[in-house]
Write a protein that binds this ligand. Structure first.
Ligand code: IMP
Ligand code: MG
Length: 183
């Protein structure tokens, strides 16, 4: 397994593998309780960052559920900053009309990405629409978003690992790390 000391860009480990595992088990319990008796739950994973989170989380969710994937990107800004202009790169393969949809996302920063996704999916008349997000940087928020199930609040630092990329790499790390600063 990859040793943290072999990653030159890693400043520090912010959230350990054990802490992530524990929190996801608890989140799975919360979600299972919230959707108890629901027979039409659909987890919508936002690619690519949400994929590691989804695959671990779904194994802690008891009500029977389906999964779907959607890819979005924001454009017109720097690589580590959202512009507020979001587009769908890959849309859902099926209709979500009358289904109970839970969005599974890696991180909410400014909030523009999730606001766009919520607007898009709300317009398709799901039976319900909620958000489960692993990480939130509240100090960066530009638009208000209600997160129904949240893993961790984190400070305003660029993080990677556990699905989140650093220039498209290191999504496989079992922990969440902070990029080394140069000052
Ligand atoms: P928002 O639209 O500003 O909320 O940004 C959300 C998207 O930006 C996320 O889905 C991530 O893809 C990306 N993002 C924001 N902060 C980070 C970070 O610290 N590490 C990796 N990706 C991030
Ligand atoms: Mg994302």
């Amino acid at each position: 397994m990859l040793n943290p000391h072999e990653i030159p860009q890693l400043g520090e480990v912010l959230i350990s593998r054990e802490a992530i595992e524990q929190r996801i088990a608890d989140l799975g319990d919360e979600i299972s309780r919230a959707y108890q008796g629901c027979s039409d739950l659909l987890l919508v994973c936002i690619l690519k960052g949400g994929v590691v989170f989804l695959t671990d989380l779904m194994r802690h969710i008891n009500p029977p559920h389906a999964i779907e994937f959607m890819a979005v990107s924001s454009y017109g800004a720097g690589i580590r900053q959202s512009s507020g202009h979001v587009r769908i790169d890959m849309d859902l393969a099926h209709d979500i009309n009358n289904r109970h949809v839970l969005i599974v996302e890696d991180i909410i920063d400014s909030g523009h990405t999730l606001q766009y996704i919520m607007r898009q999916l709300e317009a398709r008349s799901p039976a319900s629409l909620k958000i489960c997000c692993l990480l939130s940087k509240p100090s960066r928020r530009e638009v208000e978003i209600d997160i129904d199930f949240l893993g961790f609040e984190i400070p305003d630092k660029f993080v990677f690992g556990y699905g989140l990329d650093l220039d498209e790499k290191y999504r496989n790390l079992p922990f969440i790390g902070v990029v080394k600063s140069h000052d």
